[in-house]
Ligand binder design. Structure first.
Ligand code: ATP
Ligand code: MG
Length: 632
């Protein structure tokens, strides 16, 4: 392919777009890759499309490698399947909804679990048809509350979404690992740094879910990692539970007067002033921080819950929500607390909570509890630990309140914030927090959608079985922007060679027939060898402007046809290294061709070099083997 800058549909801008905050957004707009059509909605220009197509091709190759098959759904879909899965409601204002002329409800799909489930249901009826993985690369629509950062969070964006279908959990595990491996190969091949983060703690016995995050300061996701290789979303971090403490020497619990101590900090001060300890000062971690919330299940059922964390920690909203999902959480009001006369707001303590509460009643038939709310505490509240807590009496706290001696809990909850330095759950060292951009997500859906939409097949014994599913997404347009975040400098984009819209940018830097002829000859020579050439032939542009554009646009190589031509040399520039060398005009095509071939091969082979060489069958065999070991 040979395109000339004088006719190619591209206009570079000197100024950053007014609404752009992040580099990828600024550069992609300034270099003429994309153009804003509406907030969070972008037009792909020829340059942008070239990169997109190359990314898509690598995705197709990697999907093909694990035996996934491509289909293409419409983006415009009827409401009914989404009603059956309850997502018509669940998605709320994030869904773009519309009507047809007959008044029927439609939506622009935010993701396609329902449609894939129904498609497979249409065709398949036997276990013999499975396993199956289907995927598409397609436009998605979400009316995001805060579309920002250009392609990073769009309201229209491109996603690769794959869905696996299996008769049993073993099959799902295999499909999941194959997809995970394809992602590792994909992100390694395109050269995007990634961290695989556990997205679920497994605490609820849930199925596996992992996110691929591109570590990046402007990322909206926070995750934690350890030196030893642990990485997880904050929601998925489980606390390392300390050993129980021997409390035989701990003093008796004692109610004390603690005026003007509405905060943990004030309580620490009051405690040190009035009731100093002999061994050390009181500190926030001695205090029990309490909160009462109301959890509303999707069914509408409400439950009041009392929660406790050590006083030196905060309640982390996201961890709390994840711990109690799918319930929605809000703070309890005075009204909610009226049913519990022993509870004194601001001075809540565990003595009147939990299974030992004198107020607690348990219905012998249903097991339902009343009189005192369910009480869940941080895992660090282990037997023998002593706390200062509210005394359920205004201006009073209890000291030396020992878990297991003076109070009990109904259960534990992972709702305290995770801090730098906390131990990783797998013992791989202290955790540090970092920020990232979610570029991919793999998720064992299980039978949720198959159940909702009735996808069943007959098993070996002729019995009907609900199919189990996985869903696997890559934010393709987001990945493109993430690549620009990773590969740019203050002058512009620096594409990985195999993803650049053109292999080489040829600049005509000077006037005269001799230069013109030399440039024409070399661009046609390169084109004839199958090299993609962008030729800056613009007669009225200064060499300075052409150089600026070349750096902004970011092709891996540039050939400068300038004064040297009279001596038979041209200049070869490498965008990544900044290296500039003179090459003989006669040999320039050979040299450029070889460099491009080597560079593209180097990047394309990155996954193999990194050791990701297993086939889909080998991955399946490995998953089977681990299962056999685990099952004895
Ligand atoms: P986020 O938390 O960033 O909103 P998500 O959890 O909603 O992402 P999924 O529903 O798992 O994302 O979608 C699969 C992939 O699609 C994500 O991993 C991400 O790369 C991409 N993606 C999701 N929302 C957007 C968006 N608004 N713009 C661009 N890409 C997106
Ligand atoms: Mg989202």
């Amino acid at each position: 392919m040979l395109k000339t800058m004088s006719s190619y549909f591209v206009r570079t801008l000197r100024e950053d777009p007014a609404d752009a905050e992040v580099e990828s957004h600024k550069l992609l707009v300034r270099a003429g890759y994309i153009r804003r059509a509406a907030p969070g909605i972008y037009t792909w220009l020829p340059l942008g499309l070239q990169v997109l197509r190359k990314l898509e091709r690598i995705i197709h190759e990697e999907m093909d490698r694990i035996g996934a098959q491509v289909v293409q759904f419409p983006a415009l879909l009827p409401k009914e399947p989404y009603e059956k899965s309850n997502r018509w409601q669940e998605y709320g204002p994030n869904l773009f909804r519309l009507h047809d002329r007959k008044g029927g409800d439609y939506l622009l799909a935010p993701t396609h679990e329902e449609m894939f489930t129904l498609l497979v249901k249409d065709f398949y009826s036997s276990y013999r048809d499975l396993p199956l993985t289907l995927y598409q690369i397609q436009t998605k629509y979400r009316d995001e509350a805060r579309p920002r950062a250009g392609l990073l969070r769009g309201r229209e964006f491109i996603m690769k979404d794959a869905y696996s279908f299996d008769i049993d959990d073993d099959g799902l595990d295999i499909a999941y690992q194959q997809e995970r491996y394809a992602y590792q190969r994909f992100f390694t091949r395109i050269g995007l740094d990634y961290v695989i983060c556990s997205a679920t703690s497994g605490a609820m016995g849930g199925s596996q879910s992992e996110e691929f995050l591109f570590p990046c300061a402007i990322g909206e996701d926070t995750f934690v990692r350890s030196q030893g290789g642990f990485a997880a979303n904050v929601e998925a971090v489980t606390t390392v539970v300390p050993e129980p403490v021997d409390a035989s020497d701990t003093a008796e619990a004692e109610v004390r007067f603690t005026p003007e101590a509405p905060t943990i900090e004030a309580l620490v001060n009051v405690s040190n002033e009035r009731y100093p300890r002999e061994d050390r000062p009181w500190q926030a971690s001695d205090m029990l921080k309490m909160v009462v919330v109301v959890a509303t299940q999707p069914t509408g059922e409400e439950e009041v819950l009392a929660l406790a964390v050590p006083g030196d920690r905060e309640f982390d909203e996201r961890r709390l929500e994840a711990a109690l999902a799918p319930a929605e959480i809000r703070m309890a009001t005075q009204e909610d607390l009226q049913q519990y006369p022993s509870i004194v707001a601001g001075y809540i303590g565990p003595q009147v909570l939990g299974p030992n509460s004198p107020d607690r009643k348990v219905d012998p038939e249903t097991g339902e509890i009343s009189g005192s709310p369910r009480f869940l505490a941080d895992p660090r509240v282990v037997d023998g630990t002593a706390w200062v807590a509210g005394a359920n009496k205004a201006d009073h706290h209890v000291y030396h309140l020992v878990k297991g001696r003076d109070f009990e809990v109904d259960g534990v909850i992972e709702a305290a914030n995770v801090r730098d330095g906390d131990p990783a759950p797998d013992g791989s060292g202290p955790l540090i927090t970092a920020r990232g951009i979610e570029v991919g997500h793999i998720f064992q859906l299980g039978r949720k959608y198959a159940e909702a939409l009735g996808l069943e097949v007959l098993d070996q014994n002729g019995r009907s079985q609900v199919v189990t599913m996985g869903s696997y997404g890559i934010g393709v347009s987001r990945v493109l922007a993430a690549l620009v975040e990773e590969y740019h400098d203050d002058k512009g984009i620096m594409w990985p060679p195999h993803l650049a819209p053109f292999d080489v940018h040829v600049l005509l830097a000077g006037k005269g027939a001799e230069l013109n002829d030399a440039a024409e000859k070399i661009v046609h020579e390169l084109d004839s060898r199958g090299i993609d050439v962008l030729y800056d032939d613009r007669p009225k542009m200064s060499a300075g402007v052409k150089f600026k554009d070349q750096e902004l646009l970011g092709m891996p190589f540039a050939l400068v046809i300038g004064r040297g031509v009279k001596d038979g040399v041209v200049e070869l520039r490498e965008r990544h290294s900044g290296q500039v060398i003179d090459v003989e005009l006669d040999k320039a095509a050979d040299i450029v061709e070889e460099k491009i071939r080597q560079a593209c091969a180097h990047w394309n082979e990155a996954a193999d070099r990194a050791g990701f060489t297993k086939t889909a069958a080998e991955i399946a065999a490995e998953v089977q083997a681990t299962k056999e070991v685990n099952n004895g």
